[in-house]
Design a protein around this ligand. Sequence first.
Ligand SMILES: Cc1cc2nc3c(=O)[nH]c(=O)nc-3n(C[C@H](O)[C@H](O)[C@H](O)COP(=O)(O)OP(=O)(O)OC[C@H]3O[C@@H](n4cnc5c(N)ncnc54)[C@H](O)[C@@H]3O)c2cc1C
Length: 430
Amino acid sequence: MKVNVIGGGLAGSEAAYRLLKAGVDVDLYEMRPKKNTEAHTTENLAELVCSNSLKGILPTTPQGTLKCELTILDSLILASAYATQVPAGGALAVDRVKFSRLVEEKLMSFTNFRLIREEVTSLLPYSIIATGPLTSKALADEIVKKTSQENLFFYDAVAPIVTKASLNLDKTFNMNRYGKGSSDYINCPMTKPEYETFYNALLKAERVIIRDFEKGDIFEGCMPIEVMASRGLDTMLFGPLRPVGLYDENGKRAYAVVQLRAEDNYDQLFNLVGFQTNLTFKAQEHVFRLIPALENAEFVRFGVMHRNTYLNSPSVLNKDFSCKWDNTSFFAGQITGVEGYMESALSGILAGINMLRLLQGKKSIMPPELTLSGSLCKYITEKQRKIQPMRCSFELTPSLSQIRSKKERREALSNRAISAMQDFSRELDL
Ligand SMILES: Cc1cc2nc3c(=O)[nH]c(=O)nc-3n(C[C@H](O)[C@H](O)[C@H](O)COP(=O)(O)OP(=O)(O)OC[C@H]3O[C@@H](n4cnc5c(N)ncnc54)[C@H](O)[C@@H]3O)c2cc1C
């Protein structure tokens, strides 16, 4: 039996890997480079379209616990990320080129794998559709025909990248927040007057005009910096510019701090952490050069806003992410309404697992709600309302009745989730 995987992103790569390992023939359709998306810039499989950070690794954080769960599920994306890691404090950041290359090499090493560089415009049985937030229009139209409802569009935004060589490093200090790990971040401290000048310029700066058909809600987790600023003078001080846990060589804490994180392993390119934006390129140059150390910054990429396409999953997908109109096909990745690199990888693994079980004549299976993975999938497919993309979170799992401190609670929730995933994995043929 052969399975079609549509889309060679994070979810599609994971789904394909799962099936290939089990000996199933996989045709993976990827439309790039013949047809590009608004955000991808290479033809590589599993291209990271924005940040090179796959977020935290501490097990007591939701992202850290999810990584433990993904390790148990033998995630190709996570293993490739660890193998191509770059320094980023408590986060797992990767050299994006090496990362994609490794994922692609791994898939290409299977003789039962075929990579077809074509856009798919119709829905076939025995398919895993993992075409992501930038699903091509032709396929999106086809999905709308099948689901007989509108896809929902809204915006995300990406942050600019500057060269290290163009920074005035005399004004910066290197430190990870609270001194954790090595000093990977370049910190640009601001005085109160500098912050206020920056804030006022940000409010006045010209924004890109949003086309009518693309208007929609902005996801809180990817909010443009100017939108955050418009919520009040201090809002950024509790967000990306928060100074807590950051002290310069003299032990002094600044009024505000902009953090820069390495984009590559060569220590040459840095992104402005949390500076997703919809300002015009000219305005970005003007406003971001008001940040101390960035007076002469050379921008190798400006921030941009982008489209995000996702399904109203509770209406159109079953609990195992198979389609209500064809239970031989599954959706996976961001198009289902999960949000984020690791969450997309997770849903690819689960689609692969359940496609395999379908081929084997077995009932589908999902991780229990005590896991972060299971609770996220439940949330995505069960909530009967207009869904918003969702990341994994301890808050989606059943609460613990005993009163505990936040730290104890997180440790308990994390241990419980990991142990539940271990139990679940014993039911699988990994
Ligand atoms: C601009 C932007 C910035 C983002 N920033 C972040 C971030 O910083 N951190 C984060 O965690 N998440 C971010 N996201 C969300 C991110 O896209 C997802 O987390 C993740 O990439 C989704 O994985 P996926 O496999 O579902 O989709 P993708 O990784 O996008 O893969 C989908 C693939 O399908 C292909 N495709 C589309 N239509 C067709 C078709 N008809 N036929 C064949 N192939 C097709 C595309 O070319 C693409 O390769 C961002 C998204 C965008 C668009």
